[in-house]
Design a protein around this ligand. Structure first.
Ligand code: TYM
Length: 325
């Protein structure tokens, strides 16, 4: 099964990224799976160049620590495969301004700043290119990427109708639980890397004492009945889903075992800390050997280019470009 997915190396990786996406990547890795750190996407918002460099390497180590095996799948850095940026231009000439300006994430992020970058608007086209370059059949992502996935399908179909059938039309895949992990302090909004909410965001490499504090202080409600109900109890349901995705149960099963919020929070905190402990340990070892990480990225980029290059050439030729001949 051909798979592609990506993650931005902006901010630190949080539990939403892990449960919503990365854990699915690990479970579905195979020789036909491509996972990328999308550093070009991270340029759409202000970021210090030195920070971007460091975080890109942090993310490489984090993904390996979380269980990606570069012998089994292809792990690479987006900017090291130039076809992504090239493909993006071609697809900008397939997508329309109207459909891009309707994207929810664009509207949210643009409304928070004056003079946003054009890349913030065209970002979903770059993402569509990431996916289509690899003829991905499945794209494991969290719920917040659904709309971008729909647009990718739309662009692929439009292209195929206009220029001939080149693209595979991909499908998004979401995990059974925690496809949308909410902020612990404000369960009406998703946990996010780009909005600062230190007490609401559980980072993958938070100290165990911080994880404990954040979970114990998570906002719930006051009626003290443990029940899985997103409408009436979003804060509690968020915790139940998180528990369920770590324990492999359903949120309803977890809820049945508890009668007090405090007991659930205590056990959840222990479960999260013990589940993440081996990842923290491996991360420290891997992050120390930067040369090995750089070499691994170079191998990944070479493998990715072998797939992306020929597809790019087909697209360019179908559109009438003489490039690559
Ligand atoms: P990014 O970097 O924001 O997030 C990476 C992955 O984590 C998921 N995610 C969540 N899942 C559950 N709960 C949350 N609170 C949560 N927050 C984030 C995201 O859905 C995503 O799967 N545009 C993408 C990156 C991208 C991409 C691609 C993804 C670029 N090209 C091609 C797939 C295929 C993004 O910004 O993800």
């Amino acid at each position: 099964m051909r798979i592609l997915s990506g993650i931005q190396p902006s901010g630190s990786m949080h539990i939403g990224n892990y449960l919503g996406a990365v854990r699915q990547w690990v479970a579905s890795q195979n020789p036909d799976a491509f996972y990328c750190i999308v550093d070009l996407h991270a340029l759409t918002l202000e970021i210090e160049p030195q920070k971007l460099r460091e975080q890109t390497v942090d993310y490489l180590a984090s993904l390996l620590a979380a269980g990606l095996d570069p012998e089994l799948c292809t792990l690479f850095i987006q900017s090291q495969v130039p076809y992504h940026a090239q493909m993006s231009w071609l697809l900008e000439c397939v997508a329309t301004y109207g459909e891009l300006s309707r994207m929810t994430q664009f509207k949210e992020k643009a409304s928070r700043q004056h003079g946003y970058r054009v890349g913030l608007l065209t970002y979903p086209v770059l993402m569509a290119g990431d996916i289509l370059l690899y003829s991905a059949q499945q794209v494991p992502v969290g719920d917040d990427q659904r709309q971008h996935l729909e647009l990718t399908r739309e662009i692929a179909e439009r292209f195929n109708n206009r220029y001939g059938s080149v693209f595979t039309v991909p499908e998004g895949v979401q995990p059974a639980a925690s496809s949308r992990v909410m902020d612990l302090q404000d369960p009406s909004r998703k946990m996010s890397k780009s909005l600062a909410s230190p007490m609401g965001t559980l980072y993958l490499f938070d100290e165990p004492s911080e994880i404990d504090k954040k979970i114990k202080k998570a906002v719930t409600d006051t009626d003290n009945e443990v029940r899985f109900d997103w409408d009436a109890k979003p804060g509690l349901s968020n915790l139940l889903e998180m528990y369920a995705s770590f324990s492999g149960e359903s949120p309803v099963e977890v809820a049945e075992r508890y009668s007090r919020y405090g007991d659930l929070k205590k056990d959840l905190s222990e479960l999260v800390v013990t589940s993440l402990a081996p990842i923290r340990q491996r991360y420290r070892e891997l992050r120390d050997d930067e040369a090995a990480l750089q070499a691994l990225a170079a191998r990944g980029a070479a493998k990715a280019s072998e797939v992306a290059g020929p597809l790019y050439e087909r697209v360019a030729a179908a559109m009438g470009l003489l490039a690559g001949r």
